[in-house]
Design a protein around this ligand. Structure first.
Ligand code: ADP
Length: 542
């Protein structure tokens, strides 16, 4: 449309939505809010004012090392206060924060650092050897800054983070940065081919942070205390550090102590009101720390993978806490849908609402597109691939063409779902995990959830395996809880009446653990490879 024909706005539309005003707002208005980091045997604590001052010094130190606006600064770190300092300082100085996934294989780590052309990497000394494996093949990396104690010998010459900060003053003169500039980047986990980079802008981060304070998502408030379990290298820890900083919610960081016992201790000691994690982490806490006191939590977010009904019911029955599901991806900043039950619950129970993937949030446009490119209605039944667009959704990948991932300005998510008339998404599968039996879709997600509802089952992952008659049939890979027993036949009976008859798998495999991706999700591609290589013990029922 020609703007010339329309009245011009009198607003300050050139005001730049950047991380700088977000940073300054938190620093000034929430100076006494706290950042708490678990150290394994105790806690460190700093106020927002202290963290902001350290961020100033970091910006000054990086500038002294030659970092300029646009340069990429990598972090190879756990969730801790220092990582938060980098989250704030690097974008505010106009550079780009590149959070590196500490669990990548060396080849992928090498690829992403070289592809992003990182110039400096800040690394927790405790994991320095993991970065050391690729140090010799990183020509763009001019400096490595280490934090804390550890064996850093594999990194060659390094600089000490605290010593660098001690040499600088507070009150860095930050430059003006345009809102469309890159603020932070994150690579997808690269399940097929090389990882792809997503560059978050200042504007997208600002708007996504505001949304986290809305009742359409977390309703994050100053009175909240957020325990950040989701890795800060994974989609900006679901955007929570920036949102908490903006609104003055205390932040609690667990570093590497993510097992059930230390997590339970951290929750009991620091009494957070909010936390969030992928289902595997929450499942571990439920099964291995069932007597933990989680009563401080007003909400536990769960997402990144389908959330089993048994997990939601388990949290309610065991801890008296509701799980709220969210949906998104690295490409979407990440949150696009959030599962707070609606005002009108019709005849559905609380749990029936909470098992849904989430309700499309304001700011996100979502449509379903079928195999023929036809847009499907929001009727709760029609299935299609989810496509999204909006201000915190990527429109391309960093320096890589991937036309098949976009459709006329919409991001193709690869998730197959239905949407109800009031905007509740229900994912039935990822496109690459879809099982087609005799031309009909079998939802591996539904099957997994139902199997995991059996009292003896700890984990279940369902993959499609070739079948002469039906093309493909489901194979259920099941992990039993310690000290329990269930046969394939028991589980088949459990499914009968709970799912469509033709979905019920005849192939079963009992395994020690479901393989996990670097961020703790079920890794079905490993299971598929194990099946293809004959490494799974499969029992086939008549
Ligand atoms: P990865 O490919 O490593 O899993 P992401 O973390 O970006 O990378 O994962 C995004 C994907 O996770 C989504 O496309 C979707 O398949 C899955 N996902 C995220 N949240 C949910 C949810 N609540 N229910 C089902 N699947 C989800």
């Amino acid at each position: 449309m020609d703007i010339g024909a329309l009245p011009t706005s009198t607003m300050q539309d050139d005001y730049q939505l950047t991380i700088r005003p977000l940073f300054e707002h938190g620093r000034r208005q929430h100076a006494s809010s706290k950042v708490i980091t678990f150290t394994g045997d105790g806690y460190t604590e700093a106020s927002f004012a202290e963290v902001a001052e350290r961020a100033d010094r970091l910006a000054a130190a990086l500038t002294r090392l030659g970092i300029r606006p646009g340069d990429r600064v990598g972090t190879f770190m756990w969730n801790n206060q220092t990582h938060l300092e980098a989250y704030l300082a690097v974008p505010c100085m106009g550079a780009v924060l590149h959070t590196l996934n500490i669990r990548l294989f060396p080849e992928q780590l090498d690829y992403v650092i070289n592809h992003a052309e990182d110039r400096v990497i800040i690394v927790d000394a405790s994991i320095a050897p993991l970065l050391g494996r690729v140090r010799d093949t990183l020509p763009t990396v001019q400096h490595i800054i280490t934090v804390g104690q550890g064996d850093t010998s594999s990194l060659g010459e390094t600089l000490d983070y605290d010593a660098l900060l001690a040499a600088e003053q507070a009150g860095f003169a930050y430059p003006e940065v345009p809102e469309h500039a890159g603020a932070a980047m994150c690579y997808t986990s690269g399940t097929t081919g090389n990882p792809k980079g997503v560059m978050y802008s200042h504007r997208s981060t600002y708007l996504h942070s505001l949304m986290a304070t809305s009742t359409a998502s977390l309703a994050l408030a100053e009175t909240d205390r957020m325990l950040v379990i989701v890795p800060m290298f994974h989609a900006n820890a679901w955007g929570v550090p920036y949102a908490a900083w903006l609104i003055g919610a205390d932040l609690v960081f667990p570093q590497q102590y993510l097992q059930a016992a230390p997590l339970a201790r951290i929750i009991e000691d620091t009494r957070p009101t909010l936390t969030g994690a992928v289902p595997t982490v929450l499942n571990d806490l439920l099964h291995n720390a069932p007597t933990a006191d989680l009563s401080s939590l007003r909400m536990v977010m769960c997402g990144g993978a389908a959330v089993p009904r048994a997990l939601i019911e388990g949290y309610q029955q065991t801890f008296g806490v509701w799980i709220t599901q969210g949906w998104g991806m690295t490409e979407t900043s990440p949150v696009c849908a959030f599962g707070t039950p609606p005002k009108d619950r019709a005849d559905r129970s609380e749990v029936d609402w909470r098992v849904r993937t989430g309700r499309v949030m304001p700011g996100v446009e979502l449509r379903l597109v079928d195999d023929n490119g036809a847009v499907q209605p929001w009727d709760g039944e029609s299935l299609g691939e989810i496509e999204v667009r909006g201000p915190w959704i990527t429109g391309s990948y960093y320096h890589v063409d991937a036309p098949d991932r976009f459709d006329d300005g919409w991001l193709r998510t690869g998730d197959v779902a239905s949407v109800s008339a009031n905007g509740f998404v229900m994912i039935s599968d990822r496109a690459k995990d879809v099982i087609k039996s005799g031309g009909e879709w079998v939802s591996s997600v539904d099957l997994e959830n139902t199997i995991m509802g059996h009292p003896a089952v700890a984990e279940a992952a369902v993959i499609g395996v070739p079948d002469e008659r039906w093309d493909e049939r489901p194979l259920a890979c099941v992990v039993l809880k310690d000290g329990t027993q269930a046969s394939a036949d028991d589980l088949r009976h459990w499914l009968a009446g709970r799912t469509a008859k033709f979905w019920v798998p005849e192939h079963w495999s009992f395994i020690e653990a479901v393989p996990k991706t670097s961020v703790g999700k079920f890794d079905k591609k490993v299971l598929r490879a194990q099946f293809a290589g004959g490494d799974l013990d499969v029992e086939t029922l008549d």
